[in-house]
Design a protein around this ligand. Sequence first.
Ligand SMILES: CC(C)(COP(=O)(O)OP(=O)(O)OC[C@H]1O[C@@H](n2cnc3c(N)ncnc32)[C@H](O)[C@@H]1OP(=O)(O)O)[C@@H](O)C(=O)NCCC(=O)NCCS
Length: 161
Amino acid sequence: MLLRCALPADIPHIAALERSPIASEFVGHWSEERHQATLASSDARYLVADAPGGGLRAFAILRGLQETSGSIELKRIVIATPGQGLGRHILQELLDIAFQRLGAHRLFLDVFEDNPRALHVYRSLGFVHEGTMREAARRGSAFASLHLMSLLDREYAARPR
Ligand SMILES: CC(C)(COP(=O)(O)OP(=O)(O)OC[C@H]1O[C@@H](n2cnc3c(N)ncnc32)[C@H](O)[C@@H]1OP(=O)(O)O)[C@@H](O)C(=O)NCCC(=O)NCCS
């Protein structure tokens, strides 16, 4: 298991990863204060993977743990060095945590429509495209559209491992 629960001391590394050139185009940037408040909430779970030399190689945020619908959101995921297979591995661990440990009925996320690497990984893990939230986000001076994707517990259970 690469992931562990985050501690308040991880937040500066998480905020820095969000702002890294590789991620900043595709994920939102919260203040450290907002992260600390969300980390402290029983509705969210922060998960991190340590880098061998210190710092973090990845983080993810699950949200909606208190929802009676069982719909948990993968609010954010960032891999420090993409394209080396770590994201797929960590997402697999996140699915196990969401469905086996947290009892999710549905795990959902949104992803910019021009993020082909993320879309490829989500699709290959079984996430289904539910629809497109047209121009739902602002990037600089432009609006951008987001695909809404989800995986249900029975789809998770039926996936080949
Ligand atoms: C999206 C992200 C989490 C994926 O993690 P990763 O470690 O890069 O992913 P992996 O290396 O495990 O897998 C990448 C896959 O995408 C494929 N891929 C890479 N570039 C691609 C492209 N332009 N189009 C389609 N597929 C692509 C790779 O071939 C690989 O597929 P495979 O395993 O079937 O061969 C990571 O890239 C990341 O943090 N990106 C920046 C932040 C971000 O986009 N977060 C998600 C917001 S919704």
